[in-house]
Design a protein around this ligand. Structure first.
Ligand SMILES: NC(=O)c1ccc[n+]([C@@H]2O[C@H](COP(=O)([O-])OP(=O)(O)OC[C@H]3O[C@@H](n4cnc5c(N)ncnc54)[C@H](O)[C@@H]3O)[C@@H](O)[C@H]2O)c1
Length: 264
């Protein structure tokens, strides 16, 4: 029952040499920061996004990592596109051993009565079903090797109201549930699954609300213990640790990275 604890040097904690990481939402914000950091840590990266132009910019900004970066335009709501992108990643680098489910979609902070069915469906199609779809596309290979890591992007909206609207908040609660169930079902087969729950991070997703000085959210942020907004890198660094050997005993956790926003 007790497996021998492998010795890990400090440098190995963030060394992803030889690893193949698939990242959704890699054209912008947190996903893009993950792609840059994981490449710097030695991994090969399969960068997925619906935003073709954003992927082109990512690719152009990282000429030194050219051979270790594959960008694939994919809409996570379309099963065939997801399967095709994962197959391309495998052709380029071999099996995908690490998955960052980072793509997400915000609902405009609308209350339930103001949320149309089409907005509700779009939020769940991307934030929850897209995550399930991409995870299921990479899991079989991981299970065959009895080794794999998945990091799902949740939010503090998984624990409290107000970080989004009715659909977004519900979808992020679902991400935490999905994360726990994956860890429960596949942990004994060598797959480690965790979630990261960011607070307020400066990205394209939050640009509009952060620009409004009268918004409740902006007023709350003035009291954040860290004394600043989050940056995409703040989240990418935690994801990097979760993907590495230092996180070997972390299964099914949802790690809050919010500068202390939720302490009160
Ligand atoms: N920014 C924050 O404050 C914050 C806080 C908590 C959680 N999050 C979560 O972090 C993740 C990343 O968000 P971000 O802030 O970097 O936002 P972002 O808008 O900068 O990036 C999201 C990316 O997801 C991609 N995407 C959206 N729909 C897609 C689809 N159907 N198929 C493929 N790609 C699609 C977008 O094109 C975009 O590049 C999301 O899951 C978000 O919910 C963000």
């Amino acid at each position: 029952m007790t497996a021998e604890l492998k010795q890990v040097s400090p440098a190995e904690l963030v060394d992803l040499n030889g690893r193949v990481v698939c990242i959704s939402g890699a054209a912008s914000g947190i996903g893009r920061a993950q792609a840059e950091l994981f490449l710097a840590a030695g991994a090969s990266v399969v960068a997925l996004d619906i935003d073709e132009e954003g992927l082109r910019r990512l690719n152009e900004s990282l000429p030194t990592f050219g051979e270790r970066l594959l960008c694939e335009t994919v809409d996570l709501t379309v099963a065939d596109q997801v399967a095709h992108a994962v197959a391309s990643g495998k052709r380029a680098f071999g099996s995908i051993d690490t998955l960052c489910n980072t793509a997400g979609y915000l609902d405009g902070y609308s209350r339930s009565l103001d949320t149309s069915e089409s907005v509700w469906d779009r939020v769940f199609e991307i934030n929850v079903k897209g995550m399930y779809r991409l995870t299921n596309a990479v899991l079989p290979d991981m299970l065959e090797r009895r080794s794999g890591v998945v990091v799902n992007m949740a939010s503090i909206a998984a624990f409290q109201a107000g970080g989004g609207g009715a659909a977004y908040t519900s979808s992020k609660h679902a991400v935490v549930g999905f994360t726990r169930q994956l860890a429960y079902d596949y942990g004994r087969s060598g797959i480690r699954v965790n979630a990261v729950c960011p607070g307020m991070i400066e990205t394209a997703m939050t640009r509009e609300v952060l620009a409004d000085p009268d918004s409740k959210l902006v007023k709350t942020l003035k009291r954040v213990p860290a004394g600043r907004l989050g940056r995409p890198d703040d989240i990418a660094r935690v994801a990097l640790f979760l993907c590495g050997p230092g996180a070997d005993f972390i299964h099914g956790a949802s790690i809050i990275v919010d500068g202390g926003l939720m302490v009160k």
